[in-house]
Design a protein around this ligand. Sequence first.
Ligand code: SF4
Ligand code: SF4
Length: 435
Amino acid sequence: MSEAVVGTKTVAEINERLRRGEAVVLTAHELKEEVRRGRRFEVEDVDVVTTGSRGPMSGTAAALSFPLSGWRGSGGRLRVWMNGVPAFPGPATSEGEDTLDVVVYGTAASRYEPRRYGGGHLFRELVEGKPIHVEITAAGHPAIRRTVTIHDFNFARLYSVRNAFRNYTAFANFRGTRPLETIFGFRPMGPETGITVVGSGETNPLQNDPELRVIRLGTRILVNGAPGIVVGAGTRSSPARPNLSLVADMVGMDPEYMGGFMTDAGVEVLNAIAVPIPILDEATLRGVLEARDETIRLPVADVSDRLPFTETTYAEVWRGPDLQVRYDPAKCVTCSFACVAEHYCPVGAIVWSDKRHDDALCLACGACTVNCVGGAFTAELGQLTVDGRKVPITFRQSDRRRAMKIADLLRDRMRRGEFLLGDLGDRIEHRLPGP
Ligand code: SF4
Ligand code: SF4
């Protein structure tokens, strides 16, 4: 059942205030700073709180459709690659137009650079308008090679079936005696090599609406800066560990929020989402107020079994540590055969040959501050308290700076009346209803 009102304010009333430029819209981080300064909030004090998250979101795929001459009639089973990343053709390969429909997984690796390039990189380059090389093969026919850009496309849409987890877990190799390969590390995670953290903390959308009171089927959101919608729970979502399924057109996305991400176990895909939380009643406001870095639990687990054995809070991750790294090329001692910092940068933000650090790509994971031999990269990454001892954070997979930035973007659009709330749809179920 659709529900228009859950409390003391309605979506329609807030939308009317947004249209008139009179609504009070704050980001989650702004509101929580006010709370830290001692301000008390009532439902009538704020209309919408905007939240955001950015990090690897592995269940992301793109459905793409574009005209491409010459492949029709090649018969047999088509195989398609875009910049070397496998693309799965269909539907309607038998229809009489030269339009090709494909699905590309964000975690699919390029056959040319499987550890350096994947679907996430491809999605960013598509949105940047870069030329994309398409190769098509079919048994018994010569390969077809073409170059396309997103401007050629009729359809380009991201679908994510596992997005925006409600924060996550910290991992280290506490018990092992040898390095372990893991998606939570930039290289095999050895014993005593510090701890890796995931989760945006108090800006995280689901942390601010833990019971999914107002994040519902059809909730309007931003995905990488473009309008999108929530279409349900994500795969393996549960009330204790919820995540979302999302859809958004790629046209209008901002590449700064997108990209590929290399882990020790393969390529991942980066997304950023922003979700508005309309403050309709006391319970919704309470959910937002209670989600502060100091109060949000951060479970700590051994990477071998991923079972939490203790916990701390996100305050140790995000309150105090730097959200950007500093680069001083003068400190580079020019390592003899390769730049370790460049090699292990998960987003390719370091170009050693040019002595360049690309801040537009950098998500401040901190790996370079650990890897750089000369200390050219520096940032305070903080420490976690684990069973009474301090363990240094050496890798962060969430980008708090851009999580805040996309929440700012949504706030600004709402304040200008350019982005309105959708009607409250049905509540999200974590599983399909049984028979
Ligand atoms: S690891 Fe650091 S010191 Fe060595 S080449 Fe790279 S930037 Fe220079
Ligand atoms: S912090 Fe360093 S290793 Fe991490 S993304 Fe930025 S440049 Fe790359």
